[in-house]
Write a protein of this length. Structure first.
Length: 299
């Protein structure tokens, strides 16, 4: 199987971001040592989350019922938009703002609980709220949040559920505006203009790009390609070094266990040797006493 176990996902994405890489590599090495090669590969592909993404993942894993509450609000917002109910949309917009703020508070508390040295004032609260707001409109973002595997903060830039607050004054003004009267007088219909001839219709030629600019663009694209290839190679080398480090650590751990067992065996044999020496000394003294008794009786 090439899937990452849920428990491994939970452990990695609730760990502190600075501990993620080491924990991921150790989990991959353990899976490889257990004979689960595809699973180890899948674990190695997991990416380290930013601090904002870590906060969202903490909320998903530690308080999943709050994420369910967010999903339910998204459903209500979409339904209200479909029915175009202004009053309902205004009420839901207020709920949306309050819920996003409350969820950000919960995420901060979970972060401080995980790392007491963290200061809530230094946490990226705005990015957390933007990511949670994006889940109301984007199902892919919502699914990633539910899985607790967010890698970076996202923001919603399209159309749909993530509406800004309804402008009540503009809506009220629209309701007060008088309905325009229907003009009933007949108007003369202007005659259609003649279609332009082929000579009149001229398609402008596209501007010509100077050859020097084109060559510069080609060179820039080629340099970008080389840079991307070097980045990929560097990432692969980093992953290989991380895997090798995990293997060395595992080997060191095995050697330490072997050393401890050998030390215990040496201690046991030393105690056995001491006991044997004492038994020998007692036997020698007994022999001497018996010999002395024989000599006293004249042989």
């Amino acid at each position: 199987m090439g899937e990452v176990p849920e428990e491994t996902v939970r452990e990695l994405y609730t760990a502190l971001p600075e501990e993620f890489v080491a924990a991921r590599d150790a989990a991959a090495a353990a899976a490889k040592a257990a004979g689960h090669g595809p699973q180890a590969t899948a674990i190695k592909r997991l990416r380290r989350p930013t601090v904002a993404a870590w906060l969202v993942n903490l909320l998903a894993h530690r308080a999943p019922e709050r994420i369910t509450e967010l999903a339910e609000l998204g459903t209500e917002l979409r339904e209200a938009q479909r029915r175009l109910r202004g009053d309902e949309l205004r009420a839901l917009t207020v709920r949306r703002r309050e819920l996003l703020s409350a969820l950000a508070d919960d995420a901060e508390q979970l972060a401080v609980k995980a790392q007491p040295s963290l200061s809530p004032a230094r946490l990226p609260r705005a990015e957390v709220e933007e990511t949670l707001a994006a889940a109301l409109a984007d199902e892919d973002v919502a699914a990633q949040i539910r899985a607790g595997t967010v890698v970076k903060a996202v923001s919603y830039t399209g159309f749909g559920t993530a509406l800004p607050p309804v402008d009540e004054s503009a809506e009220a003004e629209a309701r007060r505006a008088p309905t325009p009267r229907v003009e009933r007088r007949l108007r003369a219909v202007p005659a259609p203009e003649p279609a332009p001839t082929d000579e009149e219709v001229r398609v402008p030629e596209p501007p010509r790009v100077p050859a020097g600019l084109r060559r510069a663009l080609d060179a820039a694209e080629e340099a970008e390609g080389r840079a991307r290839a070097e980045l990929d190679a560097a990432r692969e080398a980093e992953q290989a070094a991380g895997a090798e480090l995990a293997e060395v650590r595992a080997a060191m751990s095995a050697l330490e266990e072997r050393r401890d067992r050998a030390q215990q065996e040496a201690n046991r044999r030393r105690a056995a040797r001491t006991a044997a020496e004492r038994a020998l000394a007692a036997a020698v003294r007994r022999t001497a006493r018996e010999q002395a008794a024989i000599d006293a009786h004249g042989g």
